[in-house]
Design a protein around this ligand. Structure first.
Ligand code: SAH
Length: 215
């Protein structure tokens, strides 16, 4: 259900939505999104829309994924930490644009499925773990970049602490019943600067590891 034409059409949609970074566009064109969605949604894999991935979680809309990734200002020496592996789609794209991607997910079954996809695609620079990403990944810190794909009311201190000075973190900030905004944080010697990128809608950033009762 995926042809080069499907992917090219998605890239055109992203271009007209203002995504200009050619590295980001070609990484998105190179990752087969249909591998990351449940079978029932394969037909819609290349629409610019968010899709459910189980456990109440969603794979973000491609334009949001692209905006987040473009905002991270990546290059091939970057060591990046992602909170919220979900389907693994976002991490797969990041793996083409970074040296090393560390990704963490609180739902173990989602992580297992995502790891299977990384293996199938031969993405050897993605390291994944199940756990609470709000605590960061202290053994691997500091990071050049941090990408948080779930919304919190404020940036977790542990994450800001694990960002190198000059490093960038992109995260949706806001509650579930109110406006969320994608914010880019830049760590400075004294603290951090922040900049609002766009309005967004993300699932919540939750503490601890999920207990798997039901779907
Ligand atoms: N980046 C994902 C989208 C995931 S949706 C993709 O490309 O598919 C957000 C994910 O963040 C969910 O899977 C949710 O379980 C996870 N999450 C929420 N809080 C978390 C936390 N504290 N630690 C790790 N993962 C978390």
């Amino acid at each position: 259900m995926s042809t080069p034409a499907h992917r090219a059409r998605l890239v055109l949609a992203l271009r007209s939505a203002g995504i200009t970074n050619t590295g980001v566009l070609s990484a998105i064109e190179g990752v087969p999104r249909e591998l990351f969605v449940p079978e029932t949604f394969i037909d819609r894999a290349y629409e610019d829309t968010a899709l459910p991935i189980g456990y109440g979680q969603t794979l973000s809309q491609p334009v949001v994924v692209a905006t987040m990734i473009q905002a991270l200002e990546l290059n091939d020496s970057v060591k990046l930490f992602e909170v919220g592996t979900g389907s693994g789609y976002h991490a797969a794209i990041l793996s083409y644009l970074c040296r090393q991607v560390y990704t963490i997910e609180r739902h173990k079954p989602l992580l297992a499925e995502a790891q299977g996809r990384f293996d199938a695609l031969g993405l050897t620079n993605v390291i994944s773990m199940s756990g609470d990403g709000m605590m960061g990944w202290p053994e691997e810190a500091p990071f050049d970049r941090i990408s948080v794909t779930a919304a919190g009311s404020e940036p977790p201190q542990a994450l800001l602490d694990q960002l190198k000075v000059g490093g960038v973190m992109v995260m949706p900030v806001g509650g579930q019943s109110r406006l969320q905004q994608l914010v880019r944080f830049r760590r400075t010697k004294e603290g951090y600067d922040s900049e609002v990128m766009m309005d967004v809608r993300f699932v919540p950033l939750l503490p601890g590891v999920a207990s798997e009762i039901g779907p």
